[in-house]
Design a protein around this ligand. Structure first.
Ligand code: ZN
Length: 156
């Protein structure tokens, strides 16, 4: 278990498309543990592997209801649309408004390699979309509504 360095906007790795996980090896399990440690240490609600420099389709999310680990997640269904404030550990000190579905259904594998289905509304729906976007090199700022950015911290 270890905390890894979070890559920030401007780092090219955040713009690359991640590869599917073909086999869940001990290394993948360590990666899942490290991603959770890194997310919690940064007080985030989600983290995608490219944010720590790993180009694999892996995401961890915790919106306050326990850890959700997703390997090769795919959004299979969405409903509705809501606009809400969004931020990202890779875009420190800022937030902006983004339109997201109000309901999202994702299929993925868990750490045992079993197929799981996760359904979310509100913050979980946002996190599911935001984190799976990272796997295709997409950041929330790409989808932010114009003139909605808030800077809530001096950049260091
Ligand atoms: Zn993010």
């Amino acid at each position: 278990m270890a905390i890894r360095e979070i890559r920030v906007k401007g780092d090219e790795i955040l713009r690359k498309k991640c590869k599917e996980v073909k086999e869940i090896t001990p290394k993948i399990l360590t990666l899942l543990d490290d991603m959770a440690d890194t997310m919690y240490a940064a007080n985030g609600v989600g983290l995608a592997a490219p944010q720590i420099g790993i180009l694999k389709r892996i995401v961890v999310i915790d919106v306050g209801e326990g850890i959700i680990e997703l390997i090769n997640p795919v959004v299979v269904e969405t409903k509705g649309a809501v606009i809400g404030d969004e931020a990202c550990l890779s875009v420190p000190g800022k937030s902006a408004q983004v339109e997201r579905p109000e309901y999202v259904k994702v299929e993925a594998l868990n750490r045992e390699g079993k197929k799981i289905v996760v359904e979310g509304t509100e913050l979980l729906a946002v996190a599911l979309c935001h984190e799976t976007d990272h796997l295709d090199g997409v950041l929330y700022v790409d989808k932010a509504l114009p003139n909605t950015e808030t800077i809530w911290e001096e950049e260091v």
